[in-house]
Design a protein around this ligand. Structure first.
Ligand SMILES: Cc1cc2nc3c(=O)[nH]c(=O)nc-3n(C[C@H](O)[C@H](O)[C@H](O)COP(=O)(O)OP(=O)(O)OC[C@H]3O[C@@H](n4cnc5c(N)ncnc54)[C@H](O)[C@@H]3O)c2cc1C
Length: 401
């Protein structure tokens, strides 16, 4: 292992791993540190809706090809305003055929993580240092100095905080966050079913929060059920049969009999935005910079866009012979801050609008769904947004011709 790198990344979650590959793709040498080994880490039962533009990047980086059999295109999306026993007939229907093909793809997090690690192990420019932790970080000088638990000292021009929503690096840099606690949790699990899902994703909004049914390869669906904390804790405690009955009551029986094939896990939900994305020789990416409600399936996509934008900014600095930990970081901050704020704001508004049972709001949202459903232009706009193709795209997110 060497001791001097262009970039030191702390956090080998999905975003840190991708950031390492994206920056190495642009020629930078990387030390990637994680407290746990990403190959044997705590099981993550989630699956992510990965936007088309994010998939382009995973293809270019040689990651998607490793798991192509396990990538499920989302062919259609149905959104309904529900109430148990009262699913609205006014559903919103996004058909990918209207925009020339799928805009998002479902990938299981654990498979994506392993594919990223496999790509990293084949990349000479990246040293994965895990399990390991830093004990001190010195960013005051002309370079970054990181001392690891085993007393090894490594240096770099730039430090990247990809250490998740409780980022130690963000806190130690004194960067504040604005936070809204949703008093909700998300229950995640997977079930098998008898009838085919045809690649259709469903999102049903209930008073306590949305229930998303997301198609995986084969006859499997991943669910993300957001609700008040007490409701999710009660749902986790239910015996399996009673849980499945409650699920069937909410989603109906269109998939035939269902069987759980994964444990139930839960995640607390909040909106959390860092007030700055950069500090001296420091950049924040992924959940360290922004964590949002999962209802739009965009948190990881935002982090992957951070990775691609940072790779471009670093490539530009390198091409001009500039210090990669210097003034160019402002360009990253401006680029990503606006985009992330807009997405965070829209998911926050959607959650507020749908997760309640106030009668006038309920009528307005049902009317809203019907109006959008009749407008091809509005639907095309939302689908473009879901595909991650709005705004100035970093080079790695553009389609490979
Ligand atoms: C229920 C749910 C469903 C979701 N569904 C979707 C979806 O469909 N589509 C989508 O785009 N997004 C989705 N998201 C959001 C997405 O999962 C996250 O945005 C994304 O996983 C964040 O990745 P990350 O790498 O930034 O952070 P993390 O996954 O939190 O990784 C942080 C890493 O840093 C390491 N670390 C932390 N501290 C240290 C330290 N001091 N030293 C060394 N290492 C450290 C940790 O071990 C970890 O490996 C969902 C989120 C939830 C909760």
């Amino acid at each position: 292992m060497k001791t001097n790198y262009d970039i030191i990344i702390v956090g080998a979650g999905l975003v840190g791993l991708t950031t390492a590959l994206a920056c190495a793709h642009k020629g930078a040498s990387i030390a990637l540190i994680d407290a746990v080994d990403p190959k044997t880490t705590v099981p993550d039962g989630r699956a992510s809706a990965v936007a088309m533009s994010s998939l382009h990047m995973l293809e270019t980086l040689g990651v998607a090809g490793r798991i192509k059999e396990n990538i499920q295109p989302i062919t259609d999306m149905l959104i309904a305003d529900g109430g148990v026993g009262d699913v609205s007939s006014l559903t919103l229907h996004f058909d990918s055929q209207n925009v020339g093909g799928p805009t998002s793809y479902m990938i299981e997090n654990k498979l994506l993580r392993l594919a990223l690690v496999d790509s990293i192990e084949e990349e000479d420019k990246i040293d994965l240092i895990a399990p390991s932790e830093f004990v001190t970080v010195d960013r005051a000088s002309a370079e970054v100095k990181v001392t690891l638990k085993d007393k090894t000292q490594i240096t770099g021009a730039l430090l990247v905080a990809a250490d998740g929503r409780n980022s130690t690096l963000r806190k130690s840099a004194g960067i504040d966050i604005s936070k809204r606690n949703y008093s909700q949790k998300a229950l995640v699990t997977t079930f098998t079913h008898e009838r085919p899902h045809y690649g259709v994703a469903h999102q049903i909004f209930f008073q306590g929060g949305p229930l998303a049914l997301l198609p995986l390869t084969g006859r499997r669906m991943s669910i993300v059920w957001s609700d008040k904390v007490a409701a999710i804790e009660a749902a986790i405690a239910l015996p399996e049969e009673a849980f499945l009955a409650e699920l069937a009551r909410r989603m109906g029986d269109f998939l035939g009999p269902i069987t759980l094939c994964a444990p139930r896990q839960s995640y607390p939900l909040s909106l959390q935005m860092a007030e700055a994305y950069t500090d001296t020789r420091l950049v924040l990416v992924g959940d360290a910079a922004h964590a949002i409600h999962p209802l739009a399936g965009q948190g990881l996509n935002m982090g992957l866009r951070d990775a691609a934008a940072l790779a471009d900014v670093i490539a530009q600095a390198r091409a001009l012979g500039l210090d990669i930990g210097g003034a160019n970081l402002g360009a990253y901050s401006t680029w990503r801050h606006f985009d992330n704020q807009m997405l965070a704001l829209s998911t926050d508004i959607l959650n507020g609008l749908f997760s309640n049972n106030i009668a006038p709001l309920r009528h307005a949202r049902r009317l809203g769904l019907a109006v959008v459903n009749r407008s091809d232009m509005a639907k095309a706009f939302f689908m473009k947004e879901a595909s991650g193709q709005i705004g100035e795209l970093p080079s790695l997110l553009r389609a490979v011709n």
